[in-house]
Each structure stands twice: as C-alpha cells, then as structure tokens.
Design a protein around this ligand. Structure first.
Ligand SMILES: [Zn+2]
Length: 186
C-alpha cells in the first residue's frame, strides 16, 4: 500500500517541477546593442539563437522589465521576450544580455566580485549571510556547469579565465541548454 502511494505521487511531483521550469524560459546572448534612455537600459541581442526547446527560429514577442544590482548601483533593463515561430511549440523566452543571470537580483560582475572577497573584507561589500550564500552558489554552479559542459562535449578550458568570464560563459551555456536549476542556495 505504501509503495503504491509513493509511486502514485511521483508523477504529481514531476508535473509540479516541470511546469515550474517550463513557464520561465530564458535565453542568454553574448552580443547585442545596449543604450540608456530615461535611466532604462534597452538591450537588443544580435546573436541568432534558435528556440532552445525545438530549434526553430525566434521572433520578437514583446518586452519585459528587469531590475538589477550591479557594481555601479541599481540598473533597470528593458529586455526582449522572444517567441518560437514553430506553431507546435510557441514557447516564449526572455532574452538576457551577457552578465545577467536567470532569477538572480545581482549581475555576474557583482556576484563574482562578492565571491572573490575574503572573509575579512566582505563586510564592506555585503552582510555575512549574503556573502556565504553567494560563495556557496558560485562553487555549486561552476561545478554543475562544468559537468554539464562535459556532458554536452563543449570544448572549454576555464583555467585561464577570470571568475567573471567563467561565470558569464557558464550562465550562457546552462541557460541555453534549458538545464537551469533554481538552487536553494541563493
Ligand atoms: Zn520552439
């Protein structure tokens, strides 16, 4: 009876997890045009990224707002929302400029700066619990991304790169492969 109950509940749990994942698609682009108008940064990607779900072409569907904490203070963005042109897919994806991390309130530059701060220095930048969770998330994420890159057989050698460069590269690879996991660490 117990076994039956557990196995019966698994599909429900999977449905909850996948429905959460499937409603918030993001694509991360490396290149684009950015300009500031009335204190809002407007970003338009120039990379042609296909739909990460089905591979079809994407078209502009609309825009959305995003508030971010950066090393220069708070920045407001207007980002494009792209829609898949495949009638059977029609998924929408937020277009993220390089350095913007899905679901994070801080950009990659600020996160990598905090993560590189020593225990003695961090109080000037941020409080202890934020510092601890950012460092834990960066360690976890880079490990997760390097396993994923190996699985995808991506040719990438992070040894010569700065923490910021590694973070930006890995965010793009993970977001565009639809393997993003919203981790409880941060
Ligand atoms: Zn699609």
């Amino acid at each position: 009876m117990m076994c039956f109950r557990i196995s019966k509940n698994i599909p429900n749990l999977l449905t909850i997890v996948f429905s959460f994942l499937s409603t918030e698609f993001m694509i991360s682009v490396m290149h684009g045009i950015e300009y500031c108008k009335d204190d809002i940064y407007i970003f338009t990607g120039t990379d042609e990224i296909p739909c990460p779900v089905c591979g079809a072409k994407l078209k502009v569907h609309g825009t959305c707002r995003r508030k971010l904490q950066t090393v220069d203070g708070e920045k407001h963005y207007r980002l494009r929302v792209m829609e898949c042109t495949n009638e059977d897919c029609r998924k929408t994806h937020r277009e993220l400029p390089p350095g913007i991390i899905p679901y994070k309130r801080m950009d990659a530059e600020k996160i990598s700066k905090i993560a590189a701060t020593t225990a003695a220095e961090h109080t000037k930048e941020t409080d202890t619990s934020t510092w601890t969770s950012i460092r834990a998330w960066v360690v976890w994420f880079l490990e997760y991304a390097s396993n994923l890159l190996a699985e995808l057989k991506t040719d990438y050698d992070p040894s010569e790169k700065s923490l910021l460069d590694r973070l930006v590269f890995c965010v793009q690879a993970v977001a565009n492969s639809q393997k993003w996991i919203q981790h409880r660490l941060m």
